[in-house]
Write a protein that binds this ligand. Structure first.
Ligand code: PHE
Length: 340
């Protein structure tokens, strides 16, 4: 009777070992069959009660059952161990032959792009590109441009004054002066750059924006020359015919002075926030260089004259890409910038 139950226990346990899927299941089988309170241990304790003629036989049976189960447990355990190792290796597998993802490429800001385009265009017309400081002296930003301290035109541009009397340039026109001083006539130059105005910000006003200054000094320069260059400029910028109008404009450093407006390309002239509902956008103030300005920079106005213009680069970008709020341009929002 005992013989049979030992054999049954052994074969039942071997079957459970074979079908165990995890180390936990396997351990449960071990405890059930071989544990201190398990049937084999129990039977071992009761050996003493057996009739002597049975003891040796039952003892052998118990031993071999124990050995068989221990062996089966051991080899199954090894199998499960390496199985979980394989699972781990599977999870950690990676294809080292895959090409690495490249670095994410950025692109130029739309203002930089238009600036470079215009630099190329003007280079082809014989204009040098000059640079000037963003922190300027009162002399270059105002006085040398025929705007003395008591002149009401100083109020036309709200200025960020710095400690010590310097200022953030309110326009790129001081580079005209630096160009005249350094290079002298004849002169063809442009000066793109950042300018600053102390004014409240809205859809069409920023405290920081971009201009592109231009100046040509030669003999017998006339308004006709000015118009030729301005038309060439606008055609290159917009790749199409744009409607323009010329109004008299006042700037102390040009005489006569003009405001060249273009019909708003955002609303087509019907009125929107960018054109302040007027249908026109002030894009290009210009004029013939005031003789006082030439004189202050050491150029004889009897011999030389010229034209100057100050293109609003920021506004130009807004026209070209139909951007209806100037604050997007310097806002740093990638969702905006990634559209270009
Ligand atoms: N500097 C002027 C401004 O910013 C623009 C300008 C430049 C006008 C050159 C005439 C000639 O308002």
């Amino acid at each position: 009777m005992l013989d049979q139950s030992i054999q049954e226990l052994e074969s039942r346990s071997l079957a459970r070992i074979a079908s165990a899927a995890t180390l936990e299941e396997l351990e449960a089988v071990r405890v059930d069959a071989l544990g201190r309170k398990g049937p084999l241990a129990q039977a071992g304790k009761e050996m003493g009660k057996l009739p002597p003629e049975d003891r040796a036989r039952i003892g052998k049976l118990l031993n071999s059952a124990r050995q068989n189960l221990e062996q089966a447990l051991e080899s199954k355990k090894r199998g499960l161990d390496s199985g979980s190792l394989n699972a781990r290796l599977d999870a950690e597998w990676l294809d080292v032959t895959l090409p690495a993802p490249g670095p994410r490429r950025g692109h130029l800001h739309p203002i930089t792009r238009i600036q470079r385009e215009l630099e190329d265009l003007f280079a082809s017309l014989g204009f040098a590109t000059l640079d000037g400081p963003e922190v300027e002296t009162e002399y270059y930003n105002f006085d040398a441009l025929n705007i003395p301290a008591d002149h009401p035109a100083r109020d036309m541009q709200d200025t960020f004054w710095l400690d010590g009397g310097n200022l953030l340039r309110t326009h790129t026109s001081p580079v005209q002066v630096r160009g005249m001083e350094r290079l002298g006539p004849p002169l063809r130059m442009i000066a793109p750059g950042r300018v600053f105005r102390n004014e409240s910000v809205d859809a069409s006003h920023e405290h920081t924006f971009y201009q592109l200054e231009g100046m040509m000094i030669d003999r017998d320069v006339s308004v006709a020359h000015l118009l030729y260059f301005m038309k060439t400029l606008l055609a290159a910028i917009f790749h199409r015919e744009v409607t323009v109008r010329l109004r008299p404009g006042y700037f102390p450093f040009v005489e006569p002075g003009f405001e060249l407006d273009i019909q708003c390309l955002i609303c087509g002239g019907s009125g929107c926030p960018v054109c302040k509902q007027s249908g026109w956008v002030e894009l290009l103030p210009c004029g013939l260089v005031n003789p006082n300005v030439l004189r202050m920079s050491g150029i004889d106005p009897a011999e030389w004259n010229g034209f100057a213009f100050g293109l609003g680069l920021t506004r130009l970008v807004m026209m070209r890409y139909a951007i209806d709020d100037i604050r997007h341009l310097q806002g740093g929002d990638l969702r905006f910038l990634e559209q270009f």
